[in-house]
Design a protein around this ligand. Structure first.
Ligand SMILES: Nc1ncnc2c1ncn2[C@@H]1O[C@H](COP(=O)(O)OP(=O)(O)OP(=O)(O)O)[C@@H](O)[C@H]1O
Length: 279
């Protein structure tokens, strides 16, 4: 044990400092995860019951402490059931940050080569045409994870990327137009995919299910999602639960380059409006 200093009768060791730092990081992550969601209110409710239980027990109020004690006994199980989506998101978040596939960390040359070959032109041109016709679209760019689970929720395609194919998929009369298209490994992997919808209550009402689904997926994965609004014809790009709305074709190219290939180019005309953060 490495002794550092003492405050009165308290002896502080290096391990105590590490312990406190880890708890702080954990609580901060928990706060970030719960903020803006109903879960935060449930968490505060449970915390209040627990504090009441401690007070009642210390005061020696037998009957109430037995009742609250019984409640606290099933508390862990109840918390797991109530916070199931948040626990899932938390574990996915840990998995995301420690991903063994992460290019920047491990720098596998073949993965980098593969992602650099992705041509952005078909997406930019398709987004522009779809926006011009007020046709909605949802395109997911997989990064460190292939998003197999989500791809399997739709129809597997595994096709070469082209503007014409993207246009046909999102054509309002196409049986594949509903849901999201997933791009992975320079292929259109699947269409009609169902994405997890964000539960962030701070998302503006102007954003419907399509945008919520884009935000939801990027909250739990490092994927990038392109959204074309059917209602307004606006183009948005979503990353880490944040939506960059009202992008021009030039902005879209710059942002896609930046988000997919980690380039630091700035938009030529900064007309984008960073709109919502669910992170
Ligand atoms: N969970 C989901 N996963 C994938 N796609 C979804 C999901 N929820 C909705 N969508 C897509 O979004 C469409 C509905 O969009 P809605 O009008 O509610 O959203 P919006 O964000 O307001 O979009 P828009 O601005 O285009 O109207 C659906 O027809 C479907 O294609």
């Amino acid at each position: 044990m490495i002794f550092l200093f003492s405050i009165g009768f308290l002896e502080i060791e290096l391990l105590d400092i590490i312990d406190i730092l880890l708890v702080t990081v954990l609580l901060y992550q928990l706060y970030k995860l719960l903020t803006g969601s109903v879960a935060l209110k449930i968490f505060l409710g449970l915390l209040s019951v627990y504090l009441l239980y401690l007070v009642v027990r210390a005061a020696g109020m037998e009957l109430l402490s037995i009742i609250l004690g019984q409640f606290m006994g099933v508390g862990v199980l109840a918390a797991i059931i109530l916070f199931q989506p948040e626990i899932r998101r938390f574990l996915l978040l840990i998995g995301k940050t420690t991903s063994l596939n992460h290019d920047r960390f491990w720098g596998f040359p073949w993965r980098r080569e593969q992602s650099e070959k992705l041509s952005l032109t078909p997406f930019i041109e398709a987004a522009k045409s779809l926006a011009g016709k007020n046709t909605g679209a949802l395109i997911v760019f997989a990064k460190s994870s292939e998003l197999k689970y989500y791809a399997e929720s739709g129809d597997l395609i595994d096709a070469v990327i082209s503007k014409r194919l993207l246009m046909s998929i999102f054509n309002k009369h196409s049986p594949l137009h509903d849901g999201a298209v997933i791009i992975s490994g320079n292929r259109i992997k699947a269409a009609r995919c169902i994405l997890p919808v964000s539960e962030n209550q701070e998302i503006p009402a102007s954003m419907g299910l399509r945008h919520r689904a884009a935000i939801g997926l990027t909250e739990i994965t490092d994927s990038i999602v392109l959204v074309v609004s059917e209602e307004t014809g606006q183009i948005a790009l979503v990353r880490n639960g944040e939506a960059y709305r009202n992008l021009s074709s030039a902005d879209l190219r710059v942002k896609l380059n930046q988000f997919l290939f980690d380039t630091d180019q700035k938009p030529a005309a900064a007309v984008s409006e960073k709109s919502v953060s669910a992170a």
